[in-house]
Design a protein around this ligand. Sequence first.
Ligand SMILES: Cc1cc2nc3c(=O)[nH]c(=O)nc-3n(C[C@H](O)[C@H](O)[C@H](O)COP(=O)(O)O)c2cc1C
Length: 326
Amino acid sequence: MKIGNIEFGERPLFLAPMEDVTDIGFRMLCKRFGASMVYTEFVSAEALVRDIKSTVRKLTISDEERPVGIQIYGRDVDAMVEAAKIVEQAGPDVIDLNFGCPVKKVAGKGAGAGMLQNIPKLLEITEKVVKAVKLPVTVKTRLGWNHEQLIITTLAEQLQDCGIQALTIHGRTRSQMYTGDADWTLIGEVKKNPRIHIPIIGNGDIKSLDDADRAFYQYGVDAVMIGRATFGQPWIFSHQELTLDEKIDILEEQLRINIERCDTEEMRSKGKSADLCGILHTRRHLAASPVFKGIPNFRETRIKMLRAEKADELIQILEDCRQILR
Ligand SMILES: Cc1cc2nc3c(=O)[nH]c(=O)nc-3n(C[C@H](O)[C@H](O)[C@H](O)COP(=O)(O)O)c2cc1C
């Protein structure tokens, strides 16, 4: 399957864009273990246009993680177009538009999934962004605002007509947020629609490579995107069986990468150490990692992991886990 000129081969697996999760360190690890495409967390178009430094930093990508998509969100047509041009300068392989974020601070203001209540504007943004940049533009969205408005079948055609080069569909409505089960039936219908020729990327509740295989088989999607199941296990994309030691080594490496990559100058100005900044990027993964499932009373260890503020302290907790699990 192809997006623009990027060739992905058969049945590729993509890492979902996730706020506070898909930072550069994690993306590089997922890539190493076989993710065919990775995305940045969503980036606010308005903050980019206003040149907010912490937002601009989210555009940092590395050649090691290519192909990589930078995702933007916003509710203003001009800001989205302007932001897409800024993003293009950062040199990603794809620019992705987020019309799926359900959280109140985004959707409640008409951005993200909020756009599903204003389709003319959603299409205007898409069309104008496609015209404004040379890079392939893709969209990620949901089935509709709620179950009374399952508009994805028509919307997919309209988006394709705007010139997007791939569409990711999360099989939930905005009203569902992250509850209930993802419904892949409509994703499959979009894929089967003879008018649709752009790649369809299916997303929602994929927890293993077997789940991904089933999704390819049952719904015929061109790629499968994995979100939450990647937390604390960037190796989920790999067919290779890793040992416990290898897995813990990878998590420790993730911590080291994040500490190295932290902008110490920025952290010092906030009175935080690079250790703490790296830890903040990593601990959510550690606390959620299936590696530690076997630890008796893991809750206590988890709390310690979430409270650690020094790298040595956190590494020691991981080493203690290693001993217990061996
Ligand atoms: C913590 C978190 C942050 C997320 N941030 C984004 C985001 O920035 N952009 C986006 O398109 N989706 C975001 N999502 C949604 C995921 O990309 C994905 O669509 C959703 O989690 C369903 O896939 P999954 O069941 O494999 O997790 C986020 C999800 C989570 C759990």
